[in-house]
Design a protein around this ligand. Sequence first.
Ligand code: HEC
Length: 127
Amino acid sequence: MHARMFASLAAPLALTGLLAWETVAFVAPSAVVGVNGKVSFNRDVRPLLASNCFQCHGPDAGAREASLRFDTHEGLFADLGGVPLIDPRNPENSELFYRITAEHGSDRMPPADSGLALSSAQIETIA
Ligand code: HEC
């Protein structure tokens, strides 16, 4: 259901960050420094997730919401019961991309009442 909504929302986005998701490698950050000005996961995307998402989806199990964590490779590529959190080859199918672009208030991440927000430029970097 979300995936279909995301497909229409995704169209205006540049999807420049897409390639970066295929190079996610927490073990060897130096291997994924951006080449040719492309978005790098570790340099560009991860810090945005760290400051906007880790508070509720990070290393602190006690504060973790929805059993989601974005600070590990396993966590990022979790299967949410049929819908992948991230699907680099098929982004419109990714719950994460849907959530950061959702116009419906209660689906939007980070939640409005958290005081956190991604700018449209930051959303483009991630997506
Ligand atoms: C202040 C806490 C908080 C922050 C910060 C936050 N989230 Fe969430 N997130 C939640 C809660 C609570 C839920 C469960 C309720 C829901 O599904 O909306 C959730 C659910 C989700 C889900 C859906 C999981 C599923 O099983 O469908 C995704 C994807 C998600 N968040 C992504 C993000 C991303 C990406 C960010 C950062 C840009 C983020 N969240 C930041 C609290 C947070």
